[in-house]
Design a protein around this ligand. Sequence first.
Ligand code: HEC
Length: 142
Amino acid sequence: MKKLILPTITILGIFILTSCGSDSTKNSTSTTTTVTANVSGEDVYKRTCIACHQPNGAGIPNTFPPVAQSDFIADREKTITQVIKGKSGELVVNGVKYNNVMPPQNLTDAEVAAVLTYIYSNFGNNGAPVTIDEIKAIRAKQ
Ligand code: HEC
């Protein structure tokens, strides 16, 4: 019987070591995921964009253009630039001219990605999610 104790302890030790190892891997993965998932596009929209673009995304006629079913957002680069840099001057959405000012939005890359992903997947829009890498690439061009 005694002969079995040492191998058993060794096996137990290995088991404990490996399970610790995989635990810490799991933890670090889930922390990274949480950082991104923590940014809710809906929250950013409600906090930052809603006053002008309205709860239903329809904007205000002749003043604030709609983000709901807007033909403008088909151009992802223009749309991302719009949020990062803001814009004044003439802009056409669904054939209607606007000539107003949108201030640059002071948001992190993750917040811009999240809020645009929210817009692309709501308000009757149907666009692919916007990634943080897309925002980074466009900021790098500015
Ligand atoms: C102070 C009001 C205001 C806020 C806040 C604001 N916008 Fe705008 N937005 C505008 C105006 C005005 C325009 C049109 C600018 C022009 O006439 O040149 C515009 C244009 C846009 C456009 C391009 C045209 C369209 O409707 O498709 C997008 C996309 C957009 N905004 C997204 C956002 C997002 C996302 C936020 C929040 C992060 C935001 N805006 C916050 C006023 C605002």
